[in-house]
Design a protein around this ligand. Structure first.
Ligand code: ATP
Ligand code: MG
Length: 450
């Protein structure tokens, strides 16, 4: 185990006051302390408070075991299969209380702080060194050292209101550096999702990734495909919805993470269509960043439509052969996209359906003027499609004029119908006559209804 570099910063020398913390968190910390346990605030909330940012959540680490925590708090639920955690439910927040954990059996040196009663199952890694299970209880120092980055490993001790820094996190925070705790290659092999977290924190905080950490990230980027696809999906959402999605995207592309996670989209971005590079991805991220920074939420299907809409529409055009209708081609483009991504990024079925719904609605926007717009506006999901059209209006002139038509129509002042788009002329295929004007059922695509 690396020699301890523990630094204790007394209350008088740091700016974190109890009034900055959630009242619930302070009460929980006190209660644990009053029952003789160590009780620390840990992780990202301290990083954020020291940077003057509002923490997303307050995490607590303690020497009490999950069962002991449960005994103390009536609002406690134990959760987690990989490691047991206590969730304390309050009216407006859930606090996570975790027992101090150790990183590996080799680091069993008790170090500073109280020994925790009872040891859980030991750490389990796969043949490649990836951590599968690691619920080994440990000391506060071990708990700090198993965290991902130095800036995420600070602790606040309720016993004397001091800050404890075991890994040089304060220095890195002051200098704006993201650095793994310990050997970066090893830490990324153990949990490849940490590479995406490094990118997110660097972009969000405007920090530099320390050279050895960056080098390891670039060389290990293909490994991120080993992480669990649902987790990678969640982490990608966090990156693109961070408000700094554009910076995240640049780092993802430069590091090779983007190619590892989204190989098909990456190859497409590297080619040109009709002599034009695909710049919409980056421009869509600027729009997304503006919206998120303005505090407006963006649902995942809308995010995916903004990012991948152009890619999917192009693929749909290339899938239009013979008797395949534009709708069938779009359905199959979405279904193939979801299937191709599945080994790395698992888009939930419901989100995939909603994504397909938005792109289908977008097609109808172009076709509907002049053809019973009322039936379209009363459909479920119309608002979401309209939002998509609004957000993409600045990406193309066609979208801008369509949006203008629709805005006027919706304002109760329907303009004369636009000439319906001539798809046949656009796509070079003979136009099929619609014999039956009644709406058909959903086309038989590989995406079944839930
Ligand atoms: P935010 O909540 O703002 O996204 P955070 O740093 O609080 O950022 P969480 O996911 O809430 O991130 O995790 C809380 C803490 O748990 C982190 O600060 C870090 O110390 C630790 N942690 C989270 N994920 C990992 C990981 N994959 N490997 C090691 N430590 C981790
Ligand atoms: Mg957090």
């Amino acid at each position: 185990m690396t020699a301890s570099r523990r630094t204790i910063i007394p209350r008088a020398d740091h700016p974190i006051s109890r009034s900055n913390l959630s009242d619930n968190a302070v009460r929980v910390l006190y209660r644990l302390r009053d029952h003789g346990y160590l009780a620390f605030l840990v992780g990202g909330c301290l990083r954020d408070l020291l940077l003057g940012r509002e923490p997303k959540d307050f995490d607590i680490a303690t020497s009490a075991t999950p069962a002991q925590v449960k005994k103390l708090f009536r609002n406690c639920r134990l959760v987690g299969r990989r490691f047991r955690l206590a969730h304390l439910h309050f009216r407006d927040e859930i606090l996570e209380v975790a027992t101090f954990r150790s990183a590996s059996p080799a680091e069993d040196d008790p170090g500073e702080g109280a020994e925790v009663g009872g040891r859980g199952p030991r750490i389990v890694k796969d043949d490649g060194g990836m951590i599968l299970r690691d619920n080994l209880f440990g000391t506060p120092e071990e708990d700090a050292r198993r965290r991902d980055f130095t800036v995420n490993a600070l602790c606040y001790n309720i016993a004397d209101f001091s800050l404890i820094d075991y890994v040089g996190g304060l220095d890195d925070l002051n200098r704006g550096i993201i650095r793994t705790i310990g050997d970066p290659v090893l830490r990324f092999v153990e949990d490849p999702v940490r590479m995406l977290r490094a990118v997110r924190f660097a972009a969000l905080l405007g920090f530099e990734i320390e050279p050895a950490t960056w080098e390891a990230l670039v060389s290990s980027s293909p490994l991120c495909a080993n992480a669990s696809p649902p987790r990678l999906y969640e982490e990608l959402l966090k990156l693109f919805l961070s408000g700094e999605g554009e910076s995240c995207y640049q780092l993802l592309r430069r590091s090779g993470l983007f190619a590892a996670l989204l190989p098909g989209v990456n190859s497409w971005l590297e080619t040109e269509t009709d002599g034009f590079p695909h710049v919409r991805f980056g421009r869509a991220l600027e729009i997304i960043d503006r919206r998120v920074s303005g505090g407006e939420p963006l649902a995942p299907p809308l995010l995916l439509a903004l990012l991948f809409g152009e890619y999917l529409e192009e693929r749909a055009v290339s899938l239009r052969k013979g008797k395949v209708s534009p709708q069938e081609a779009l359905d199959s483009a979405v279904a193939r996209f979801v299937e191709e991504l599945a080994p790395t990024v698992q888009i939930p079925h419901k989100v995939a359906l909603a994504l397909r719904g938005i792109l289908t609605g977008r097609r109808r926007f172009a076709e509907t003027p002049g053809r019973r717009p009322l039936t379209f506006t009363s459909r479920p999901g119309f608002e979401e499609v309209l939002c998509y059209l609004r957000l993409t209006a600045e990406l193309s002139e066609e979208a801008t004029s369509l949006l203008q038509w629709w805005e006027r129509y919706l304002a109760g002042n329907p303009p004369p119908p636009l000439a319906p788009r001539d798809e046949a002329a656009e796509e070079g295929t003979p136009r099929r006559r619609r014999r039956n004007r009644r709406r058909r059922g959903p086309p038989a695509g590989p995406l079944p209804s839930p």
